[in-house]
Design a protein around this ligand. Structure first.
Ligand code: UDP
Length: 262
C-alpha cells in the first residue's frame, strides 16, 4: 500500500492535535483498535507511542526521542497531563492509558489469530507473563518472548529469531526511551508488525508491580500513586511535571492574549 493511502486510512480514525508542539492523536480505544486492525489487514507495520507529560519533557531535551515521537504513526494520550493540555487548548479528549490499549490489542490479536511477540521485563517476569497471557487469552499465538536484559551485541540475533516467526504485534517493555530506540531501530525489519512501547505493563500484568487503585485513576492521580509507591521516580517526575505544567499554562495564556488582540 502506498504511504499516502496509509495516511488517508489513519486520518479517518484519528484527529491529530499538538501539545507543546508534539503531535497527539485524539482517539479512544475503539478508534485506536480500528487503526491497528487496518494496519494488520493491509499488512503494514506501525509504531504506536503512548505519550505523557514526562515523555514530552524528556523529548524536549533528547533530539533522538523527539524525532522518534514525531515519526510515530499513532500517538495516544496516555497521561492526564496531556489530556489537560488538550482541554486548555479547547480540545476534548479522554485519557487512553497505553497499558489498556496494549491489553485490548492482545485480546483482538488473540481473536484474529495474529502472531504476538513480547520483548522486555526481567527474565522471571517474562516467564510469568507468557503463562499469564496464555491463561487470560486462551489460544493466543505467542511466537516470541524475550526478556529485556540483553546486550547490544545480542540484539541482532534476538531480532532475527523473532523475525523468523513474522509477528504481527510486538509489545516492547524496556522503559522510555529505550523501548522507543529499539522500535525505531527495528521497525523497518518488522514490516508487518504493530509495535507498541508499553513501559512497565508486563510488571503490572504479572502482579510484580501494582497499578494505581481505580480511585487514583478516576481522579487523574495515577502519576501521584506511582510517585508515592515508587519513590525512586520522584527526581525524574519532579523535574518534568512542573516544567510541563508551566509551559502548557504559558502557551495557553499566550494563545488567549493573541485571540483577544485579534
Ligand atoms: N526494562 C528492561 N530492560 C532494561 C531496562 C528496563 O526490560 O534494560 C524493563 C523493566 O524491567 C520494566 C520496564 O522496562 O519492566 C520499565 O518500566 P517503567 O515502569 O520504569 O517504564 P516507564 O516508566 O519508563 O514507562
Amino acid at each position: 500500500m502506498a504511504p499516502q493511502v496509509m495516511s488517508t486510512l489513519l486520518a479517518t480514525y484519528r484527529s491529530r492535535h499538538k501539545v507543546l508542539g508534539y503531535p497527539i492523536d485524539v482517539v479512544n480505544e475503539d478508534s485506536a483498535i480500528s487503526v491497528v486492525q487496518a494496519a494488520w489487514q493491509n499488512e503494514r507495520g506501525m509504531h504506536i507511542v503512548t505519550l505523557n507529560a514526562e515523555m514530552v519533557v524528556q523529548a524536549q531535551k533528547n533530539a533522538e526521542l523527539d524525532r522518534i515521537i514525531r515519526h510515530a504513526h499513532l500517538i495516544i494520550p496516555d497521561g492526564s497531563g496531556v489530556v489537560w493540555a488538550l482541554k486548555l487548548a479547547g480540545q476534548q479528549s479522554t485519557r487512553l492509558p497505553g497499558i489498556e490499549l496494549a491489553r485490548k490489542t492482545l485480546e483482538v490479536a488473540c481473536r484474529e489469530g495474529r502472531r504476538v511477540a513480547l520483548i522486555g521485563g526481567k527474565p522471571e517476569v517474562m516467564l510469568a507473563l507468557k503463562a499469564k497471557l496464555q491463561e487470560d487469552f486462551p489460544g493466543i499465538k505467542i511466537v516470541g518472548a524475550q526478556d529485556g536484559y540483553f546486550s547490544k551485541d545480542q540484539e541482532p540475533e534476538i531480532v532475527d529469531e523473532i523475525l523468523s516467526h513474522e509477528p504481527e504485534l510486538i509489545l516492547v517493555a524496556l522503559g522510555v526511551p529505550k523501548q522507543e530506540y529499539f522500535i525505531d531501530k527495528w521497525q523497518h525489519s518488522f514490516t508487518k508488525a504493530v509495535m507498541i512501547g508499553v513501559g512497565g505493563s508486563f510488571d503490572v500484568w504479572t502482579g510484580s508491580v501494582k497499578r494505581a487503585p481505580e480511585v487514583f485513576q478516576k481522579c487523574h492521580l495515577e502519576w501521584f500513586y506511582r510517585l508515592i509507591s515508587e519513590p525512586w521516580r520522584a527526581k525524574r517526575m519532579m523535574s518534568s511535571l512542573p516544567s510541563f505544567a508551566f509551559q502548557v499554562l504559558g502557551e495557553s495564556l499566550k494563545d488567549r492574549s493573541s485571540k483577544e488582540k485579534s
